[in-house]
Design a protein around this ligand. Structure first.
Ligand code: IMP
Length: 394
């Protein structure tokens, strides 16, 4: 058996949470493989909103087992806060003992660095992601398994704070923290790679859930305005220990328009009433930071690039209903002299109640089919609203 994979093909916030939630009902295992609590998946079930940051979306399916892979970086208190929402997670949540920890000094360092960069800041989420991954790559990081020796862990945290020039909490408070983390997190620490190999060997269905998006990838994104992990499909291999041969279907998630949070290039951005309207109608505010997202038109060349990098088999097109009431919709079809060239499409009144492709108004069908044709990848699912039921399968 191979694992299926979900990956954002833009700058994150494509609506992966809704798709993973829908699919999580059909999978035995749901796995996060990179990123940390900078991610924010909002899932709406019967009108109730759940904001997930670190725990895989399978947590909302009582039968699914959730795995946090070695490629994820974990802020212990953030994870514990999130876990507390779901009652007893034993036997339903496994965390790679090799996942690296985000310490308070990483968070403080991330924020101080952004402030010192002034106009050149990345616009990070301030979650300590970059400094934690930097420590991992520099081979000075602390992992979940290191909590097994609390005394060594305590000294290491104090030393790391000192090296980064960040004042850490007094030793007694920190000691209590380390003890609490060890007590509450070590019961979930596991060899996540073995768990996933075993699941695939037993023909269990495994879903790998990417966070952020392709254009935020440390290697393939709009560097340096990226996150610090491998957000592309290949990151699932390093972030779990599964081999490329164990990855099956790759589902790319695209929003019907583009958004990005933080700074960095965004050629189709609309800094005008169109962008404002997309932000309002699409409720484009960060789940983690509440920041308003930058909004603009769909970018076909970037989508094609992302589909190739990830080996996308099929696409899910999200938030198509956000265009309700738009008279005209534009799409960047190519670049000439580094400038986007647009094609215009007619808009529509409303997608409310559309539950099949045939239900869609003609202009919406034209828009979807044109994107599919230009990207060269099947759009197998269309989302017309936040609720699970507002979903069209093709
Ligand atoms: P960091 O991941 O906090 O270091 O932030 C680096 C860049 O990635 C910033 O532009 C963030 O806004 C962006 N980013 C990080 N996580 C997400 C996400 O889940 N959705 C969208 N953008 C994100």
């Amino acid at each position: 058996m191979q694992a299926d994979l979900i990956v954002g093909i833009q700058w994150g916030d494509e609506g992966k949470g809704k798709i993973v939630d829908l699919l999580a009902q059909k999978y035995d295992y749901v796995v996060r493989y990179q990123g940390g609590h900078n991610a924010g998946h909002t899932i709406v079930i019967d009108g109730t909103k759940y904001a997930l940051h670190l725990i895989p979306s399978g947590v909302l399916n009582p039968k699914a087992i959730n795995v946090i892979g070695n490629g994820v970086v974990i802020a212990p208190d953030e994870l514990l806060k999130e876990m507390a929402q779901f009652g007893d997670l034993r036997d339903r949540l496994f965390i790679s003992e090799h996942a690296h920890l985000i310490l308070d000094c990483h968070i403080a360092f991330d924020r101080a660095k952004e402030t010192s960069l002034g106009g050149k800041a990345i616009g990070t989420t301030g979650c300590g992601i970059g400094p934690a991954y930097a420590d991992k790559i520099s081979r000075v990081g602390l992992r979940l398994c290191d909590l097994r020796n609390e005394a060594v862990m305590l000294e290491a945290i104090i030393a790391r704070g000192g090296q980064l020039g960040i004042a850490v909490q007094d030793k007694a408070t920190l000691k209590a923290c380390v003890s609490r983390w060890a007590d509450q997190l070590l019961p979930f620490a596991a060899n996540a790679t073995d768990i996933l190999w075993d699941a695939l060997d037993r023909n269990k269905k495994v879903l790998l859930e990417g966070a952020q998006g392709t254009l935020l990838d440390i290697d393939h994104g709009t560097y340096p305005f990226v996150t610090s992990s491998s957000t592309v499909a290949a990151g699932a291999c390093t972030g779990t220990g599964l081999s490329p041969k164990e990855i099956g279907k790759v589902i790319g998630i695209a929003k019907a328009y583009c958004t990005r949070v933080g700074f960095g290039p965004f050629a189709t951005e609309q800094i005008n009433t169109t962008g404002d309207r997309l932000r309002t109608q699409g409720d484009e505010f960060g789940t983690t930071t509440g920041r308003p997202r930058r909004c603009g038109w769909f970018d076909v060349p970037l989508a094609k690039h992302a589909c190739r990098i990830n080996g996308v088999d099929e696409l899910a097109l999200m938030k198509l209903d956000v265009f309700d009431g738009f008279h005209m919709i534009e799409v960047c079809t190519k670049y000439e002299n580094n400038r986007p060239v647009y094609k215009s499409f007619a808009g529509w009144k409303s997608l409310a109640g559309c539950r099949s492709f045939d239900d869609l108004p003609e202009p919406a069908k034209v828009y979807v089919l044109a994107l599919e044709e230009m990207i060269g990848t099947k759009i197998a699912l269309i989302s017309t609203g936040a609720d699970r039921n507002d979903t069209i399968y093709r």
